[in-house]
Design a protein around this ligand. Structure first.
Ligand SMILES: [Zn+2]
Length: 373
């Protein structure tokens, strides 16, 4: 069993500082012009030395010190994908929730509990996404030797959207905007560096670990930039009046904000409530009134209410298509392109653009979509 890794607050203070610094650079063209890789590298190193020092004084080195890899459990597939890419050979990652799993409703199983208590690190989304696991995770972080980190913890709060269902809560679906998800990826990089650094305890080794993690992270960030650029391009081809995305639950608000789509979820942000008859009737009127051509089903949510919309529209003589299945809170099958974060977003964006009258290549940004079928 690993030792307690305490002191989240100063670590998060560092993380937040660096994230705000990075987002200021991104949002300020003058700063961006002055940006100099040496400065960034220096800042990173300073922060990481701070993190490592904190770790070293906070507790004894982690157990399993003889093994080189960090044992990581991630709640969602999206987090696991980023963790595997950033950590490379330095980490072993297990995802708890596979394809089609609804994280709002998911409860930890006995094998999950065992895996989490044995792990060096549990990465979860936070922002009340894993609503049924939250108490367990908070308790785990407090009591066991496992370090528990929400990947959204250091995220720039000014970029978060409010939650429709719960006051004082944020919308948890941050992976839907790759430019925002990029902050989660950076947090993963830093927390890996801090924990691996703590494990090895040797500063000369830490430097090379930091370099490796940083290179991996930058490669992943390049993928995020690629898919964001593609999304911007193909979604702009959807006629303005048709930029309405109707899905089973409100997972796409960050997507809507990033790409200029109005987003309507039948069930609200969490998947707990069934849509009422009145809500369906109201939506059918909107769809018919605005001439909306397609609605979308989600891989991790029941499609019953979406089918009710199609039938309701049909009864009013309006032909409404199911535009396809979107990946909202879970990715596709492991081993397929859609089972990666890049493939998930590519699939969604390509499907949405094509169903709503825009232009996008059938096989997506890299020509890899639907390769398995
Ligand atoms: Zn959701």
């Amino acid at each position: 069993m690993a030792e307690v890794v305490a002191v989240d607050t100063p670590v998060l203070y560092f993380l937040r500082t660096i994230l705000i610094y990075e987002s200021e650079i991104a949002n300020n063209s003058q700063l961006r012009m002055q940006r100099n890789t040496e400065v960034t590298a220096l800042t990173r190193r300073t922060v990481l030395q701070g993190l490592t020092a904190l770790g070293a004084t906070a507790a004894a080195p982690l157990a399993h010190a003889q093994t080189a890899t960090l044992n990581v459990v991630a709640t969602t597939g999206m987090i696991a994908d980023a963790a595997r890419a950033v950590g490379g050979d330095l980490v072993e990652v297990k995802a708890l929730m596979g394809p089609g799993i609804d994280p709002h409703a998911y409860r930890q199983t006995r094998p999950d509990i065992l895996a989490m208590t044995r792990a060096d690190l549990v990465l979860w989304n936070g922002l009340y996404l894993e609503a049924q696991m939250e108490n367990f995770l908070v308790e785990l972080g407090r009591r066991s030797g496992t370090h528990v980190q929400a990947v959204t913890e250091a995220m720039d709060r000014t970029r978060l959207l409010s939650h429709d269902d719960y006051e004082n809560q944020f919308d948890p679906h941050v992976w839907m905007d790759p430019t925002l998800w990029s902050q989660a990826v950076l947090t993963i990089d830093f927390i890996f560096a801090a924990l691996i650094g703590k494990k090895s305890g040797d500063m000369s080794q830490v430097e090379s670990v930091v370099e490796t993690l940083h290179a991996n992270e930058q490669a992943y960030q390049a993928d995020l930039k690629l898919i964001d650029g593609y999304s911007r391009k193909v979604l702009a081809t959807v006629p303005e009046a048709s930029r309405v995305l109707i899905t089973a639950h409100d997972a796409f608000n960050y997507f809507g904000q990033a790409y200029g789509f109005e987003v309507v979820g039948i069930q609200g942000i969490s998947t707990e409530s069934e849509a009422g008859v009145n809500r369906i009737r109201e939506l059918v009127d909107t769809i018919v009134g605005r001439g909306i051509k397609a609605v979308f089903v989600e891989s991790s949510v029941s499609d019953r209410s979406i089918r009710a919309l199609v039938e309701g529209a049909e009864a009013q003589g309006h032909e409404l298509k199911i535009g396809g299945e979107l990946y909202s809170d879970a990715m596709g099958e492991p081993g397929t392109y859609e089972g990666t974060y890049l493939g998930m977003i590519d699939h969604n964006v390509t499907t949405i653009a094509r169903a709503l009258g825009g232009t996008a290549p059938e096989r997506g940004v890299l020509g890899k979509l639907n390769a398995g079928s």
